[in-house]
Structure formats: structure tokens, C-alpha cells
Ligand binder design. Structure first.
Ligand code: CO8
Length: 258
């Protein structure tokens, strides 16, 4: 499908979505969020895709929701028809692994979308922030919930209440990002990670993601019980047989994603 505000491509079993509104620092307007949801649906439906990389430009992953559009909203219109809800759901509930490759600004909804991904690989120039308080609102796409889970209460309060940005080093120290890389290496490193994930069994990778995400929803003993059930069920897959046989035969596994 041809998009206007994003670009998509596939490389092997990896799908890449690049946010592409350079003049507005990839601000998340209605059109872009709609296209992002459509692109994710396409990759979700495509069995040949095993992992997705979501990225922006060198200067901005995304500088937040489009403030010029947000300015026009009122309570009732947002309440009746939140234009972003479909997109947030489509990223947060995306079932395959998805990596955010962040360079430059990841602010407001941009930071929130990055946090909806499974992990964040950041370039050294990355800047994360929830500056909504400067606009007279608070984060509205999971920032007050996912940020404290990622960096703890103190830093989350600091960022959301002062609106200050966190640089890439601080973000890595705080656990918001999994890897910090030079700007020029960002896509190579992200693609390498995505290719590694996509080479594993897709159903097993999806179950792994589902199980880790459960840790943020339920208590420990229920989570362990969930993990054990899913682990047991994996012995019904062809890929479990292949993975263990390949180890015993001292050869590489050839997963069929079945
Ligand atoms: N929305 C719209 N346009 C933007 C945005 C934005 N978020 N960010 C940047 N732009 C535009 C600028 O207006 C400017 O356009 P123009 O050239 O036409 O004036 C262009 O992008 C370049 O921006 P700057 O000139 O400002 O570039 P600088 O390098 O000087 O500054 C900054 C970069 C620091 C990133 C600055 O642009 C900035 O502070 N942007 C706003 C950041 C922000 O406040 N983000 C939070 C937005 S609110 C939000 O995300 C809420 C999400 C929850 C939604 C849930 C809804 C239900």
C-alpha cells in the first residue's frame, strides 16, 4: 500500500516502518497514526514477517502528537471518538516482536509509542521526554503508566512533572532503552537484532513476548503459572522438536514457524 506520512519496506523476514513527516519532526497527526495502524495490520497479517522495526529520522523519532491538530479537539469529541486509540492499540497489542529504533526526539506521544514497542534501541543523540505538562495537559497515551514501569517512580515523576528531556545515556542507565549505539549504526544494529529475532520460531517468539507482557499485568504466582502453561504448550510445536534435535545433531535449527 502507498502511504504519505510513513514508509514501509521488508528485508527478509523483517518489516520496517519509517515515520516520514520531516517538516513536522514526525508529529503524530491523524493521517500518520492511521497509516501506522494500517501498516502494522499488514505486517501482522503477513506470515513471512517475523519482526518489525519502527523508526523515524535522524532528528526525530517523533516529536509527539500533532499539537496543531490537538489544539482543535474538545472533551466531547475526544471522548466520543479518540482518533488515536486505534493506533495506540495497534502498537501496544501488536502480537509479533517490534523494536523501536530511536534517533533524535522521542517526545510525548513519540516517547509513548516507543515504550509501546517491545524494546528500544537508541542512538546517542536520542532525547526522551513527556513535555505535555508544558502544554497544559498530561501524557495521554500510556506515559504515566509505562514510564514508571520502565524507569521507576522518581524519574517518571520528574520527567512528567517538569517536562524535562532525558538524554540517551540517562535513558540507558534508567532502563528505558536496551542498547545505546552511535547514530550512524542505529539501523544496522536494529536490523541485526530484528533479523536475529525473525530467524527464531515465530510462534515461540510471540508466546515469549506475550508471557513477558503478562508480568506487567498480573501478580507473580499467576504469571509463573501462565508461563508454565505456555511453556508446556510449546512442546506441541514442530519448532520445539526441530530446535532440540538441531542442538543434539550439532547443527543450526531450521524453524518452520509451526
Ligand atoms: N506537533 C506539531 N508540530 C510540531 C511538533 C508537534 N508535536 N513538534 C514539532 N513540530 C513542528 C514545529 O511546529 C515546526 O514547524 P514549522 O517549521 O512549521 O514552524 C517544525 O516541526 C520544526 O520544529 P521546531 O522549529 O520547533 O524545531 P526545533 O529543533 O527548534 O525544536 C522540539 C524541536 C524541541 C522537538 C520542538 O519542536 C518541540 O518542543 N516540539 C513539541 C514537543 C511536544 O510538546 N510534544 C508533546 C506533544 S503532546 C502529545 O504528544 C500528547 C500525546 C497523547 C495523545 C493522546 C490523545 C488522546
Amino acid at each position: 500500500m502507498a502511504y504519505k506520512t510513513i514508509q514501509t519496506k521488508t528485508e527478509g523476514r523483517v518489516g520496517v516502518i519509517t515515520l516520514d513527516r520531516p517538516k513536522a519532526l514526525n508529529a503524530l497527526c491523524d493521517e500518520l497514526t492511521g497509516e501506522l495502524a494500517d501498516a502494522l495490520a499488514e505486517f501482522e497479517a503477513n506470515e513471512d514477517i517475523g519482526c518489525v522495526v519502527l523508526t523515524g529520522s535522524t532528528k526525530a523519532f517523533a516529536a509527539g502528537a500533532d499539537i496543531k491538530e490537538l489544539q482543535e479537539k474538545d472533551f466531547v469529541s475526544l471522548y466520543l471518538n479518540d482518533p488515536f486509540a486505534k493506533t495506540w492499540e495497534s502498537v501496544a497489542r501488536f502480537r509479533k516482536p517490534i523494536i523501536a529504533a530511536v534517533s533524535g526526539y522521542a517526545l510525548g506521544g513519540g516517547c509513548e509509542i516507543a515504550m509501546m514497542c517491545d524494546f528500544i534501541i537508541a542512538a546517542e543523540n536520542a532525547k526522551f521526554g513527556q513535555p505535555e505538562i508544558n502544554l497544559g495537559v498530561m501524557p495521554g497515551a500510556g506515559g504515566t503508566q509505562r514510564l514508571p514501569r520502565a524507569v521507576g517512580k522518581s524519574k517518571a515523576m520528574d520527567m512528567c512533572l517538569t517536562g524535562r528531556m532525558m538524554n540517551a545515556e540517562e535513558a540507558e542507565r534508567a532502563g528505558l532503552v536496551s542498547r545505546l549505539v552511535p547514530v550512524d549504526d542505529l539501523m544496522d544494529v536494529a536490523m541485526e537484532a530484528a533479523e536475529a529475532i525473525a530467524s527464531k520460531s515465530l510462534p515461540i517468539a510471540m508466546m515469549t513476548k506475550e508471557s513477558i507482557n503478562r508480568a506487567f499485568e498480573i501478580g507473580l504466582s499467576e504469571g509463573i503459572r501462565f508461563e508454565r502453561r505456555v511453556f508446556h504448550s510449546q512442546f506441541a510445536t514442530e519448532d520445539q522438536s526441530e530446535g532440540m534435535a538441531a542442538f543434539a545433531d550439532k547443527r543450526a535449527a531450521h524453524f518452520k514457524h509451526r
